[in-house]
Write a protein that binds this ligand. Structure first.
Ligand code: MN
Ligand code: MN
Length: 310
């Protein structure tokens, strides 16, 4: 838009992160999946994409942890997926086509949910061989209330569809059936109570090193509800946002083929604190990759993170 005109008028419909970008000049394509039909406790995650776009408009585009200025974030907001409410199969098929297209353009998809059910479809369409999931729940039920396309089945769909390697962080709410399944399938799991141990970071870096193509998924209920009350199925004793910055740092060298932040439920988030955290996750993930590139390019080590794990 004309510079002077844009002083008086702004386009209706906010984008993430509110910068003027084109898809050609971007490395990442951001999009929403406003679908929450299988939400079992509290629905409303369909409003997640809208909330994250709203809240980012008032936030500074700067990463203090990684020392990266995000004013020139190469992220293009492509809008929301044309979901078919109540029809997870049709929506998953649409999603697969969208992700395949984004990947074929050489861009990395960033998906915002919406329910967690769609993560395995995005990860497989992006060509991932490895999945790291932050979640309170194992999401490994065969079905939930008779529905095999439930958000309670997301990680199991990935494994049963050929997803090879799985690493779960923050797990603390599982059924006996899920615990047996995860053991049988060799899914690596760390609870929030184990994240300060040396074995966690060693296992994570080892998993990343052996990944050819990595997809990272964050279910917002991985966080303690004191940090992120705006979720459909809150679980106490969760992880902290600082834990996630250290995890981003540890996986920043991976070949990341996709990233998502799911289960943000703005109807349970009157303060917008959970939405702000979700927006920050996208920014900090971007910053972690940027800081890594700067370092490997021989530039000054720009981030100031002093993780004792590294
Ligand atoms: Mn989940
Ligand atoms: Mn969950």
């Amino acid at each position: 838009m004309d510079d002077e005109l844009s002083m008086y008028l702004s386009r209706v419909g906010l984008t993430f992160p509110g910068l003027e970008t084109t898809i050609d000049s971007s490395d990442y394509v951001f999009f929403g999946v406003p679908f929450d039909s299988s939400s079992s406790a509290f629905p409303g995650s369909r409003y997640g994409p809208k909330a994250i776009r709203d809240v980012i408009q008032g936030m500074e585009l700067w990463s203090e942890y990684f020392g990266v200025d995000l004013e020139e974030m190469r992220v293009y907001d492509a809008g929301d997926l044309a979901v078919s409410h109540g029809d997870a199969v049709a929506t998953a098929n649409m999603l697969k086509r969208a992700v395949q297209k984004i990947t074929s353009l050489g861009k990395i998809p960033i998906m915002i949910g919406g329910e967690h059910t769609f993560t395995p479809f995005a990860a497989l369409a992006a060509g991932a061989d490895s999945l790291i999931v932050l979640d309170a729940h194992a999401d490994c039920r065969k079905d939930y209330l008779g529905n095999p396309l439930s958000h309670a089945c997301a990680t199991r769909i990935w494994v049963d569809s050929g997803g090879k390697r799985t690493f779960q962080i923050g797990i603390r709410a599982t059924s006996r059936e899920e615990r047996d399944y995860c053991k049988e399938k060799g899914i690596i799991q760390f609870s929030p109570f184990q994240l300060q141990s040396d074995s966690f970071m060693k296992s994570l870096t080892d998993f990343v090193r052996k990944s050819r193509s990595l997809y990272l998924s964050i279910d917002m209920d991985a966080f303690d509800p004191s940090y992120a009350p705006g979720v459909g199925t809150p679980e106490p004793f969760g992880i902290s946002p600082i834990d996630v910055l250290r995890i981003f740092e540890a996986i920043s060298g991976a070949n990341l083929v996709g990233f998502d932040v799911m289960e943000l439920c703005p109807l349970r988030d009157p303060s917008y604190s959970s939405s702000a955290l979700a927006a920050k996750l996208v920014m900090e993930l971007y910053a972690s990759k940027k800081a890594r590139l700067t370092r490997s390019g021989g530039g000054v080590r720009s981030h100031r993170a002093l993780s004792h794990w590294q």
